[in-house]
Design a protein around this ligand. Structure first.
Ligand SMILES: NC(=O)C1=CN([C@@H]2O[C@H](COP(=O)(O)OP(=O)(O)OC[C@H]3O[C@@H](n4cnc5c(N)ncnc54)[C@H](O)[C@@H]3O)[C@@H](O)[C@H]2O)[C@@H](O)CC1
Ligand SMILES: Nc1ncnc2c1ncn2[C@@H]1O[C@H](COP(=O)(O)OP(=O)(O)O)[C@@H](O)[C@H]1O
Ligand SMILES: [K+]
Length: 522
């Protein structure tokens, strides 16, 4: 399984340009896209009945014509409904339209609202509708004829197969630009786009098929990231995406290799959780359980003296010390914040001063958000640091609001990196992980079942476990942190209701399956 890249529209255009400049023609790219669309769509057609392609004015429409042509090779009856006059097409679009006609594709035009009844009739005769109206070139809200056609597609009760992205979804933000096709499946061309994942995009994409490889190389994609950065000063001001990819099962395997037979608890690291306060005695315990679930050898809690007896007596597994203890100085990694309250700024400041790998979570983030001195310490910390805000905490850290964070999560995660210069885990549906060098990893796993108080505490402890055993096993930091988010999400997506403490158990089951290498994790 290769890496699945995530691109913006500008990056996709740049990667196309680079590929074309290297000798692969735009005609061939479109032909390859069309062939893969045809083969994928055929898998969804029950018999050799008619396929209707709705083609828009740009290259997405061109992919539609090319697909129609390839479908004819299997003698499938195909109608292309062009939403612009076919005579107005030019370049490779025109060539593919001509080839489609030659191959026996019925080409019809619907270029004004008066034709909407016709469109409805063609749709009713199709076994599957291929949406080739707009791809990454959509730049403004749909209106008039285009909007009416989209409404008819959504009402036609046929499976809808979108080429590249559901028409009407902004490929950079996932928001609906006026109206959008509600696809049953989408075939991403050359790479996934942010719009498949963000905002409403994920719901409108339907099943996201494997990326169609049309010959745009990884090198071209990496160059597109570099060449679409328009910052003046790479060192100081640049906060464009350096790379973006989906977290996949390979990351999980890299992060949890088989346990060495001669290993011991020290090998897997000792995580220390700083947290707990009156009313919030469970949070550090959940983080401790999370640390064990992700594979830590030892987990301990340091909590305020007044809650120490409660936390210490509530569990056997996680060692518990009052704040006066200095045993934590041997920690392999520290998790600060779960249930800690807002009165622990001085201790947090000391932890920021250490060279220990540190996860800053929950109330520790709230203290940072309220205190410029802590902000500066966090931003200038040289040791490995991960912050794990949910959207509310992210808004506080950015002096913004939750709506702004959620409307552009990619930008929010980059803004957090720019400001705090550390690893960022922006939680929520489709959690984003970003490195200080602005490599972004998107977590496609999970379930709204995770929206339960305490599940974030479990995750913080899990990340602590990964940081405490970074000595191990050859996985990169990006793999370690993003696979931890994915493991938590996979465990949380398992059938049935669970309490956050039980989530730790589910995490440990998925993790053990990975370590055994028996591939049974679901
Ligand atoms: N080099 C190529 O030829 C390749 C093209 N590809 C396909 O091409 C697509 C991108 O093609 P384009 O950049 O031509 O973009 P689109 O095909 O998405 O559409 C752009 C056209 O739509 C018009 N438009 C935008 N918003 C509109 C609105 N709201 N109402 C009416 N018209 C609107 C624009 O003026 C432009 O003419 C990709 O999504 C992919 O499907 C890929 O197959 C990769 C290779
Ligand atoms: N709708 C959702 N879909 C997927 N994951 C979710 C959803 N809502 C919450 N989560 C996950 O659940 C966890 C909640 O963390 P957080 O909000 O910090 O909770 P708490 O502080 O109560 O532990 C995060 O890992 C988040 O990504
Ligand atoms: K489309």
């Amino acid at each position: 399984m290769g890496i699945t890249r995530i691109l913006t529209a500008a990056q996709m255009r740049k990667a196309d340009e680079i590929t074309i400049a290297s000798g692969l023609s735009a005609f061939d790219l479109m032909d390859r896209a069309g062939r893969i669309v045809a083969n994928s769509a055929l898998k969804c057609v029950p018999d050799y009945s008619r396929i209707v392609v709705i083609a828009g004015p740009g290259n997405n429409g061109g992919d539609g014509f090319a697909a129609a042509c390839h479908l004819r090779k299997y003698r499938i009856p195909v109608t292309v409904v062009s939403l612009v006059p076919v005579d107005s097409l030019s370049g490779e679009l025109k060539k593919h339209a001509n080839l489609a006609v030659k191959a026996g594709v019925k080409v019809r035009e619907a270029t004004s609202l008066g034709a909407i009844g016709e469109v409805e009739r063609w749709l009713s005769r199709s076994s599957i509708v291929i949406d080739a109206i707009f791809g990454t070139g959509l730049c403004r809200g749909l209106g008039g004829l285009m909007a009416e056609v989209v409404a008819k597609i959504n009402a036609c009760d046929r499976p809808v197969f979108s080429i590249d992205i559901a028409s009407g979804i902004c490929s950079d933000s996932g928001v609906i630009l006026g109206v959008a096709v509600k696809a049953d499946m989408t075939l991403p061309i050359a790479a996934t786009k942010w719009g498949h994942w963000l905002a409403e995009g994920r719901d409108y994409t339907g099943r996201l098929l494997d990326v169609a490889d049309i010959g745009i190389s990884d090198d071209a994609i990496e160059a597109s990231w570099r060449e679409t950065c328009d910052c003046d000063d790479e060192q100081e001001r640049c906060f464009c995406v350096n790379s973006a990819s989906l977290i996949n099962d390979e990351y999980l395997k890299a992060a949890w290799p088989p346990r060495p037979r001669l290993s011991h608890k020290g090998y897997f690291g000792h995580v220390w959780v700083f947290g707990g306060s009156v009313g919030f005695t469970g949070a550090p315990q959940l983080a401790g359980l999370g640390a064990y679930a992700a594979g830590a050898g030892l987990a301990s809690i340091i909590c305020p003296d007044e809650v120490w007896p409660i936390i210490a007596s509530a569990n056997l597994e996680v060692m518990t010390h009052p704040e006066s203890s200095s045993a934590w100085q041997k920690a392999d990694a520290i998790v600060a914040g779960p249930g800690w309250g807002l009165e622990r700024g001085e201790l947090l400041s000391r932890l920021l001063d250490t060279e220990k790998p540190l996860v800053v979570d929950a109330d520790a983030l709230n203290m940072v958000a309220a205190n410029p001195a802590l902000q500066s310490k966090l931003a200038n910390r040289t040791a490995l640091t991960v912050i794990t805000p949910h959207p509310g905490e992210a808004a506080r850290l950015l002096e913004s609001d939750i709506g702004t964070v959620q409307d552009d999560r990619k930008q929010a995660v980059l803004d957090l990196v720019r400001r705090y210069r550390c690893w960022v885990v922006l939680k929520g549906s489709e959690t984003l992980v970003a490195s200080p060098d602005r490599d972004i990893y998107l977590n496609p796993f999970g379930s709204p079942q995770l929206a339960i108080a305490g599940s974030g505490d479990v995750l913080a402890g899990m990340i602590g476990a990964q940081l405490s055993r970074q000595k191990g096993d050859g996985a990169t930091l990006g793999e370690l942190i993003s696979s931890t988010v994915a493991l938590h999400a996979k465990a949380g997506a398992r059938e049935g209701w669970y309490l956050p403490g039980e989530l730790a158990k589910l995490v440990s089951e998925v993790r053990q399956n990975l370590e055994r290498g028996d591939g049974k994790e679901k």
